[in-house]
Design a protein around this ligand. Structure first.
Ligand code: PLP
Length: 377
């Protein structure tokens, strides 16, 4: 199998899988138990939190484990609006956020919040001037992702923080950093955000684990009510195996971070060059600012057909996270590019394991599929 859909999920690295197995079969105590086996689990949890916090670039007490990126995004959006309820009910976000941000915001709009959606240009870039113009005295939340999951574009989060400060706005700034974590350098403090979401399964940890960064000093409402875990803000017995795996995946990635980034950029550029050379009718929709995501299109060849035919040849790529039933995803649609281009979009996304040979096989398969279609016409 050739797997080039690493923005959807990644293969768990062997070190992380081993750490999860050990945590499940040996260090399986409940960190809240008072005897030594529980204390050992609590100690391991403390070390794992410190490791993930170091990878995020925050203090351990600023990191709250969640079950996934979706949970972190939902919690951040709802809690930020609740936090600002005495100051206003205006939210600013972008039209190209993940549904994990857009859907809770849509629900809040149904409950009386006003929402401004910033629109991207045709390359998927968001203007910070548009954000500055949209800020109002009653804006309580700005939610802007750091890397878009379908286009690989980088959004101006740092500049957004500066604009919020310059306007003297009370708005909290949340960023969904699910696709950025470990792939582009940042710390929450240098970005100037109050809230930041990550998810484990995009960085070679298993599914079922994520985290929300909450800036120290910011008091938010708990997501759930229950025991005192995660400082009482996200109670529930900690998923120690997933947490151990996430910490181990971070520790395995960090020493190679620059080399991994360089490799993914090289492989992505190799793919884009061979795609353009072999398929002159093809369009590069987004070369991606992030090292691991790009989007291309073959106008006239529907994405769903391409994904199916590639799958038959053992190649996995995506048609974009919500491109189905002949409709482009909300992200691609928001770029306003011609419909024919949007209906033939493929997202190709890389991991540090991806190779130039895999890209060659993908381009060869696409060339075959296109020529078979032309001769059948
Ligand atoms: N945000 C972005 C940008 C994503 O790409 C994803 C997953 O694709 C999510 C949020 C949701 O994360 P999870 O799958 O961990 O719920």
């Amino acid at each position: 199998m050739i797997y080039l859909d690493n923005a959807a999920t990644t293969r768990v690295c062997p070190e992380a899988a081993q750490a999860a197995l050990t945590a499940m079969t040996e260090g399986f105590g409940n960190p809240s138990s008072r005897y030594a086996h529980g204390a050992a689990a609590a100690e391991r949890l403390r070390a794992d939190r410190a490791a993930v916090a170091a990878a995020v670039g925050c203090l351990p007490e600023e990191l709250f484990f969640t079950s996934c990126g979706t949970e972190g995004d939902n919690w951040a959006v709802r809690a930020a609006v609740e936090h600002g309820r005495r100051k206003g009910r205006h939210i600013i976000t972008t039209a190209i956020e993940h549904t994990a941000v857009l859907e809770p915001i849509r629900a809040l709009a149904g409950e009386g919040c006003e929402v401004t959606y910033l629109r991207p240009d045709r390359h998927g870039h968001i203007s910070v001037d548009d954000l500055a113009a949209a800020l109002r005295p009653d804006t309580v939340l700005v939610s802007m992702m750091l890397v878009n999951n379908e286009l690989g574009t980088l959004l101006p989060v740092r500049e957004a923080a500066a604009a919020i400060r310059a306007a003297g706005s009370p708005a909290l700034l949340h960023t969904d950093a699910v696709q950025a974590f470990l792939k582009v350098p940042f710390t929450p403090r240098d970005l100037g955000v109050d809230l930041l979401t990550i998810s484990g399964h995009k960085v070679r940890a298993p599914k079922g684990i994520g985290a929300l960064y909450i800036r120290k000093g910011l008091k938010l409402k708990p997501l759930l009510l229950g025991g005192g875990q995660e400082s009482g803000l996200r109670p529930g017995t900690e998923p120690t195996a997933q947490i151990a795996a996430l910490a181990t995946a971070c520790n395995a990635w960090l020493p190679h971070r620059e080399a991994y980034t360089d490799r993914m950029v090289q492989v992505k550029n190799h793919f884009l060059d061979s795609f353009s050379a072999a398929l002159p009718q093809g369009v590069v929709v987004s070369p991606g600012d992030a090292p691991h995501i790009c989007a291309v299109s073959l106008p006239g060849y529907p994405s769903e057909m391409l994904v199916r035919e590639l799958s038959d040849r053992g190649i996995c790529v995506s048609s974009g996270s919500a491109c189905h039933r002949g409709k482009p995803s909300h992200v691609f649609a928001a770029t306003g590019r011609p419909k024919g281009e949007l209906l033939g979009v493929l997202r190709v996304s890389f991991s540090p394991e991806s190779t130039a040979e895999e890209c060659d096989a993908l381009v060869e398969a696409l060339t075959e599929i296109c020529s078979a279609r032309v001769s059948a016409r």
